[in-house]
Design a protein around this ligand. Structure first.
Ligand SMILES: C[S@@+](CC[C@H](N)C(=O)[O-])C[C@H]1O[C@@H](n2cnc3c(N)ncnc32)[C@H](O)[C@@H]1O
Length: 250
């Protein structure tokens, strides 16, 4: 059943996430940057392949991400913005029967995630340096078994609106790339971030399974939760953590 958790009218989604963007993200080689030595992580992330997938190679895996992993036939789970990689590497370690892919924009964080994956010896995890605004470059319809988004969009004020990934277009994209039965797991310290996506799903073949207002009091809507790096910061401040579990209809 469609559910609206914000009480606001549902926005109609567009077909892709990025029609309003003027550029096409492909990534660059170090020598193509004007100051390639400025960011040491830029060079380093290229030396960490695998588990790193560099930006210009990521679109080549579209529709065949299994080829990036030792066990190609395992279900594919995607985490957008894994940050330091604690969740991605931890979930990969917990679920060796699934393939885990992270998409992260910042070179330094790509390196951190790769280090976490290597330390965990999680051979079923990969981290692609890519822009989540360009996700339609990377996946065909029905390619994902799970989508995980933890503490995205740290802009609570209106002026950050244009940067927000958590919007109708993300829900529209998820409805096409998730397999029937595929799950979306989202956590945030900012309830409107989840509301926007959940409300958009009311208009899509995605159903809300559970919405939790304070997972420290009530527990997460899934049994195998891992506290992420940002989550532990909000926990220290005593702030509530919101979580939503959604499922692609069959
Ligand atoms: C607030 S941090 C949360 C990190 C982690 N998920 C956690 O809970 O600790 C948001 C993450 O999303 C990444 N990010 C932001 N915009 C992105 C984009 N357009 N594409 C890919 N990653 C992005 C940031 O670099 C950062 O690692």
């Amino acid at each position: 059943m469609p559910t609206v958790v914000s009480g606001k009218p549902i926005q109609k989604g567009r077909a892709t996430m990025v029609e309003n963007r003027k550029y096409k993200f492909r990534g660059k080689k170090p020598e193509e940057y004007s100051m390639p030595d400025l960011n040491p992580h830029l060079k380093l992330h290229r030396k960490m392949v695998p588990p790193v997938v560099v930006a210009e190679e990521a679109p080549g895996f579209k529709g065949k991400w299994g080829q990036a992993f030792p066990n190609p036939d395992q279900p594919l789970h995607l985490e957008i913005g894994p940050g330091n990689g604690f969740y991605l590497a931890g979930m990969a370690k917990r679920h060796p029967d699934l393939n885990w892919l992270g998409i992260e924009i910042r070179f330094k964080r790509v390196v951190l995630v790769a280090k976490k994956i290597n330390a965990a010896e999680a051979t079923n995890a990969r981290i692609a340096r890519y822009d989540a605004w360009q996700l339609q470059d990377l996946f065909v319809d029905g390619e994902l078994d799970g989508l995980h988004i933890n503490f995205p969009d740290p802009w609570k004020h209106r002026r950050g609106e244009k940067h927000r990934l958590m919007r109708t277009e993300l829900a529209v994209w998820a409805a096409s790339v998730l397999k029937p039965g595929g799950e979306i797991r989202m956590k945030s310290d900012h309830r409107p971030n989840l509301e926007r996506v959940v409300d958009a799903c009311a208009d899509l073949p995605i159903s809300l399974v559970d919405f939790i207002d304070d997972i420290d009091k009530v527990g997460a809507p899934w049994s195998d939760d891992l506290v992420t790096n940002y989550q532990s910061k909000f926990n220290l401040r005593g702030e509530p953590i919101y979580a939503a579990l959604l499922r692609r209809d069959g």
